[in-house]
Design a protein around this ligand. Structure first.
Ligand code: NAG
Ligand code: NAG
Ligand code: NAG
Ligand code: NAG
Ligand code: NAG
Ligand code: NAG
Ligand code: NAG
Length: 445
């Protein structure tokens, strides 16, 4: 019986992948445009500016405005092809603003990291075809290329001699490899994208009682070549006004903010932020489609503190599986993703962000979603972010690695068909009583 169920499932997941692919060209196949001369000028000036800022006597008290102005000038110079000097920088300050985007938008360069809404891939590494415990369809490089700027995931040490691995709920169910290997991939992307700032938000040891020591995170980041990009906070807690601008982070090349939910020690690893001293979260892995924008973690934080810190909106709708040995395994509610990740409508990301803004006076910093490529169109989560950020959504978004494959030309109809199939499967599986055990056993092979 499992065999026949298995082949039906294979077909479903094949359809899922086909219908999720898009027809726009991938960024990597587009001409490199301005990523040539202006980059060279930028990087030459960057060295000068940073060394200047470090030797300035007021560097600790007033580096930010200097750096930001310099950045604007640099980008303006670069786009005009002028050979920059200090006097030229002053001279062009009144010209039209920069065309060099930071995290996709020129407007973001001068905004603080804490004043930008970013789309976060929930469980970013958990990309395994045919596995119901997966949270994303596309790998981390595609995620970043498409506009994801936050990478969230669980870490785990299945035994004391193991390296830190990336596992969903348990390494028995979904183990996608070592933290080091994943970080090496991310570091490669950062090397190739010098104007991008990202956040890495980790859970410590899959919610188990024992935590992985903060010091153990140092080696994987170091061996992945990530250390040089790690941003170190100036203080053990920070409110919204204290964050640097993206331009400052880019100029200093400290473009990766890393947070750990529990067990951080900023004496041992100063760049590994104790997450809840810098941001709070709405309810975790919700199964409530109303998605209340209330504060959940850290518990009992005063509203005054919350209003002055960054926050994460958990907008990943789950269904709960009960599996022998593991109670309450949460997996994405796949059939509803097109609605959950939509710009508007009941239960949508767009509506949820609006509710959050009403409650807190500002949109969430991190919008955590499953299968970011799904929605009312592929890219709708990025439109929600653009609205939250008060910038114009460019509609150039595509999602996925390759638009030219036959699979991507499949009609819209397959999306509908897929949703129907999943719903059918949920009923079928429940009625046959094999939904959890039978499927996962098959799926994890
Ligand atoms: C950025 O700050 C402005 C001014 O305080 C505020 O209106 C806006 O909601 C903020 N945006 C984000 C994404 O934090
Ligand atoms: C510890 O975990 C690693 C990674 O899963 C595994 O290769 C190794 O065999 C385990 N060692 C023991 C003693 O269980
Ligand atoms: C943010 O922190 C700074 C420095 O501690 C402080 O001067 C400022 O009043 C704080 N702002 C808010 C709104 O709490
Ligand atoms: C953090 O690490 C330092 C240095 O190893 C240690 O003295 C301190 O007790 C640690 N703090 C916590 C909360 O574990
Ligand atoms: C929106 O969804 C909620 C369940 O989350 C439901 O109770 C409510 O009736 C729905 N509202 C509309 C207008 O469909
Ligand atoms: C939060 O506060 C409530 C009472 O207001 C208390 O019962 C609970 O233990 C507190 N939780 C934590 C984690 O401090
Ligand atoms: C949104 O941006 C426009 C300029 O593009 C500006 O006029 C407006 O005040 C901004 N709105 C908010 C809420 O910041």
């Amino acid at each position: 019986m499992f065999l026949s169920i298995s082949s039906i499932l294979r077909a479903f997941f094949f359809l899922a992948q086909c219908s999720s692919a898009q027809v726009s060209p991938p960024l990597s196949s587009l001409p490199p445009s301005d990523v040539t001369r202006s980059d060279v000028i930028f990087s030459e000036l960057k060295t000068t500016i940073i060394s200047g800022a470090q030797t300035a006597p007021t560097a600790s008290s007033a580096p930010s405005s200097t750096t930001t102005e310099a950045f604007t000038a640099i980008a303006t110079l670069s786009s005009n092809g002028i050979h920059g000097t200090a006097s030229a920088i002053t001279a062009v300050r009144s010209r039209p603003p920069t065309t060099r985007p930071c995290n996709g938008y020129p407007e973001f360069c001068e905004r603080k990291f804490s004043n930008i809404s970013m789309v976060v891939a929930h469980n970013s590494p958990f990309v395994k075809p045919h596995n119901v415990a997966s949270n994303q369809l596309y790998t981390v490089v595609d995620q970043l290329n498409d506009g994801i700027r936050g990478l969230q995931f669980e870490t785990q040490k299945p035994n004391t001699s193991s390296e830190i691995r990336l596992c969903h709920s348990s390494c028995e169910y979904l183990d996608v490899g070592t933290l080091e290997s994943y970080l090496t991939t991310v570091r490669g992307w950062l090397d190739a994208h010098p104007y991008e700032v990202i956040a890495i938000i980790m859970g410590n040891n899959n919610g188990q009682r024992t935590h992985i020591a903060a010091s153990e995170f140092i080696a994987p980041f170091k061996r992945a070549g990530m250390t040089r990009y790690l941003w170190t906070p100036p203080a053990p807690t920070m409110n919204l006004t204290e964050w640097p601008t993206l331009a400052e982070m880019i100029l200093k090349d400290k473009r990766v903010v890393v947070m750990l939910d529990y067990g951080a020690n900023q004496t041992e690893a100063p760049w590994l932020l104790r997450q809840f001293n810098y941001q709070w979260e709405t309810p975790f892995s919700p199964i409530n489609p109303a998605f209340p924008c209330t504060q959940q973690r850290p518990p009992n934080q005063t509203e005054d503190v919350s209003r002055n810190r960054m926050y994460t909106l958990n907008h990943n709708l789950n269904i709960e599986l009960s599996l022998t040995g593991v109670s309450g395994l949460l997996v994405p509610a796949s059939a509803l993703l097109d609605k959950v990740n939509a710009v508007s409508g009941n239960g949508s990301l767009g509506l949820n962000v609006e509710h959050c803004e009403q409650l807190w006076g500002r949109p969430p910093n991190f919008m955590l979603v499953d299968y970011y490529n799904r929605g009312n169109f592929a890219g709708s989560v990025f439109q929600v972010a653009a609205i939250a950020n008060n910038v114009t959504y460019n509609h150039k978004t595509y999602c996925g690695p390759d638009s030219n494959s036959a699979a991507s030309r499949m009609s819209q109809g397959s999306t509908v068909l897929f949703s129907c199939c999943i719903v059918l499967f949920l009923f079928l599986g429940r009625d046959l009583g094999i939904f959890t055990g039978g499927f996962l056993l098959f799926a994890s092979r």
